[in-house]
Design a protein around this ligand. Structure first.
Ligand code: NAG
Ligand code: NAG
Length: 280
């Protein structure tokens, strides 16, 4: 029930550009009609696609997609803070499948971002070939969320925008999306505030989707971290040292332990990483 309402709300937000006030049903009736002033996109006068269409994939939600331009920036900066220098100084394998290899990354509206819960989530985004504001052809790709913005739908890097739509210029395209697992990379914890026994801030990245809770076990004591922003988490510590491990709870409820970190030492330097490799 909650899930349905949430999906409905996200759908309505992305498709029509406005938000439910108290709950989705009331909002659908009262607030967000198709004639919403923000619904200025006139797909009827859009340019029809001449090529083959893809049928609407089951279980998807309709949204719009635009082109996110970050000229001359190899790794897009993002509010998830995945790509800051301190986070990648000792490696960046979790960025490879999406950010480094063809930049398959997108921003989502701030309302969908949920204070960072979306960070690192992957979506399969399909353009069926429906009318859009610009020329295109049907296509699809899996993208990862690394940013949010004052936008109405998925705002995606030029490379993946073109991969999905065949368009290398821009425009507004109706798309269908569903959450999927990301290409697996080892879940990784990177220390961003290091050499401090009384506070730590870490980046949590990798795994098959984003995380909703993080705790660390330090010298046998369990400490819950809270989200600082994006994919970064922090906690006050009490000066303890000792063996460190982390427990990551993903948004789908699965839990993974990243253990035996830092050779049993704590605190450790900024940019220190601990990751877990799945045995295949
Ligand atoms: C991404 O690119 C790097 C560097 O070229 C390569 O080592 C890696 O295998 C690629 N990963 C994927 C998932 O294609
Ligand atoms: C830490 O988080 C876990 C799981 O979310 C919860 O059960 C536990 O009560 C929390 N502990 C503290 C001290 O807040």
């Amino acid at each position: 029930m909650m899930k349905n309402q949430f999906e409905l709300a996200v759908f309505a937000l992305l498709a029509f550009g406005c938000l439910p006030h108290s709950h989705a049903e009331r909002w659908l009736k009262d607030v967000c009609e198709f004639a919403s002033p923000r619904n200025e996109v006139d797909f009827e006068n859009g340019i029809p696609d001449e090529n083959e269409q893809i049928s609407i994939p089951p279980g998807t939600i309709k949204a719009i997609m635009t082109r996110w331009q970050t000229p001359t920036h190899p790794i897009p900066p993002g509010s998830c803070q995945l790509t800051q220098p301190a986070s990648i100084a000792q490696g960046s394998s979790w960025l490879e499948p999406y950010t480094f290899n063809g930049t398959r990354v997108c921003a989502v509206p701030i309302e969908m971002f949920q204070d960072g819960l979306e960070c690192g989530t992957c979506y399969e985004v399909t353009y069926t070939g429906e009318k859009a504001t610009n020329h295109g052809r049907a296509g699809k790709a899996t993208v990862q969320v690394i940013n949010h913005g004052d936008i109405r739908g998925f705002d995606c890097q030029p490379e993946v925008f073109e991969e999905i739509t065949g368009n290398s210029v821009g425009g507004i395209f109706p798309v269908y999306f569903k959450r999927v697992d990301c290409i697996f990379t080892p879940p990784t914890v990177v220390v961003l505030t290091g050499d401090n026994a009384f506070y730590t801030k870490v980046l949590v990245a990798g795994g098959h989707t984003s995380v909703k809770a993080v705790s660390m076990t330090l010298g046998g004591k369990r400490i819950n971290l809270s989200r600082v922003s994006g994919a970064t988490w922090g906690a006050d510590l009490d000066g303890q040292s000792g063996a460190t491990s982390f427990s990551l709870t993903y948004r789908d409820g699965t839990v993974e332990e990243v253990s035996s970190c830092f050779g049993g030492r704590w605190p450790v330097a900024t940019s220190s990483q601990c990751s877990w490799s799945k045995e295949i």
